[in-house]
Design a protein. Structure first.
Length: 179
């Protein structure tokens, strides 16, 4: 599986890493830190056997992408194992999701492959803070995030294409400022 993810500027990454670290310390679950998973927001995913075509399709979209603002507004969970921060689904995030999914669909169309998840209007934008949690860890992590979280604004500055197992970036596109 391939993932297309939005990465952040240093200040946003620092804020998100703070939440990841505090949650890990409180829950005793260090999965995110041990696996060195950078804070990110996945905007598309697909199965494909045609990596070159996928990269070419995303290259074609990259000229339309730009750095943008993201507002994180809350804390959420995917039961039974994931805690995340929830950004507002803005026009910026929606357009990134639409274009990345369209590129992935074009790259996989001829091979009978397609989108797996993270489709427009079928996707909950989120930034994972902790995963592989037990029920007890979920409760402890949710408690710390609810106590510590304050809404904030960050900035998306890069988009990466990664293989999922093990997670490894294949290509990263730097996003220019919007003109």
């Amino acid at each position: 599986m391939y993932l297309v993810s939005l990465y952040f500027d240093e200040e946003t990454e620092r804020i998100l890493q703070k939440y990841i670290k505090r949650t890990a310390e409180k829950t005793g679950n260090f999965y995110m830190l041990e696996h060195q998973i950078l804070p990110h927001l996945t905007i598309a995913a697909c199965n494909s056997k045609r990596e070159r075509e996928l990269i070419a399709a995303l290259d074609a979209c990259a000229g339309l992408w730009h750095a943008g603002s993201i507002d994180w507004a809350g804390v959420g969970s995917f039961k039974p194992r994931v805690l995340f921060l929830l950004p507002v689904l803005s026009l910026y995030l929606h357009e990134l999701c639409v274009s990345a999914n369209a590129a992935a669909e074009r790259a996989g169309r001829n091979a009978g492959e397609g989108i797996n998840r993270y489709r427009p209007f079928g996707w909950i934008p989120h930034t994972t803070i902790a995963r592989t949690l037990s029920e007890k860890q979920m409760l402890a992590g949710f408690h710390i995030l609810q106590a510590d979280f304050t809404p904030f604004t960050g900035k998306g500055t890069r988009i990466g294409l990664a293989r999922s197992n093990p997670y490894q970036d294949i290509k990263v596109w730097e996003l220019p400022e919007k003109e």
